[in-house]
Design a protein around this ligand. Structure first.
Ligand code: AMP
Length: 274
């Protein structure tokens, strides 16, 4: 596995592989089984696989956990190397960002609902860095998790609307046996908090069961989820169609149920497609 910290060096190195298919997995590190599933798919489906680890400052808001975001670089290198990754890119912020630079803006509606409502400007930073990383790697295929469903939707939208030559590959959410969606931020959780965090996936499971039994009324499902989450500080419980439009009635096969909630000081998100 080749490790690069300098953008120019990586770009030069990749010039030699222009006839190979390249797959790319952007991450913020502290890799877990969710990341690994994207990486394994990437390694399998491409001649050359590239993983980046970059805790992107521009997607964190003032007061969020940028400074204490978990870092496990030695373990991450091992995971990537064992998974058969060819190139690991570990840039510093000054390898990615310039002074007074051109920026890209998230869409005014879909970039400012749900996560974008609670974290205004977050998706500007996400799209800015993803576009840069896609251009640096010139990947054919880039892998994103459904765990961050709105991010995935917006990256796909950007790829389409900016006519990027990239396939955005959607990857399923990986969960612990308990149901808890894997997340780097789970490492913030104490034992009791981890138990509390299970309520989120339990609520999504219950909602899925209600839909399977024929419940179509969004407000009934939201009410049930609220009841299950009543001990947490809920940021949102939302039910939308697959394009993130608000709905009142469930259309099976075209619906998302999304939750963001604090467990103690840790903000967790999860969602299901029904
Ligand atoms: P992050 O390091 O949190 O920025 O995540 C990097 C990528 O891994 C994103 O595309 C995430 O959606 C994806 N990811 C994170 N957690 C999971 C999970 N539990 N299952 C599947 N994909 C995930």
């Amino acid at each position: 596995m080749q490790i690069f910290t300098k953008t120019d060096n990586l770009i030069k190195y990749l010039d030699d592989f222009s006839n190979k298919t390249k797959g790319f997995v952007p991450t913020m590190g502290a890799l877990h089984g969710g990341h690994l599933s994207l990486i394994q798919k990437c390694v399998k489906e491409n001649d050359i696989s590239i993983v980046s680890i970059f805790v992107n400052p521009t997607q964190f808001l003032e007061g969020e956990d940028f400074d204490k975001y978990p870092k496990k670089i030695d373990a991450d290198k091992k995971i990537c190397s064992l998974a058969g990754v060819d190139i690991l890119f570990l840039p510093s912020a000054d390898e990615i960002y310039f002074e007074d630079e051109i920026s890209i803006l998230a869409p005014k509606i879909k970039g400012y609902i749900l996560e974008g409502h609670k974290r205004p400007g977050h998706f500007n930073g996400v799209l800015q860095v993803v576009l840069k990383l896609l251009n640096i790697t010139r990947a054919d295929n880039a892998y994103f998790g459904k765990k961050d469903a709105q991010q995935l939707y917006l990256v796909k939208k950007m790829a389409k609307e900016l006519f990027l030559r990239i396939n955005i590959i959607e990857c399923n959410i990986i969960r612990e046996d308990s149901g808890l969606a894997l997340s780097s931020r789970n490492s913030y959780l104490g034992q009791k908090e981890k138990k509390d965090a299970l309520l989120i996936s339990e609520a999504l499971k219950k909602a899925t069961q209600m839909v399977a039994k024929g419940e179509k009324d969004v407000s009934n499902i939201k009410r049930e989820i609220s009841k299950i989450l009543n001990t947490l500080k809920v940021e949102y419980i939302e039910i939308t169609d697959r394009d993130f439009n608000k709905i009142d009635t469930i259309e099976q096969g075209n619906t998302r149920i999304l939750i963001a909630a604090y467990v103690g000081l840790t903000r967790l998100i999860d969602n299901v497609e029904v």
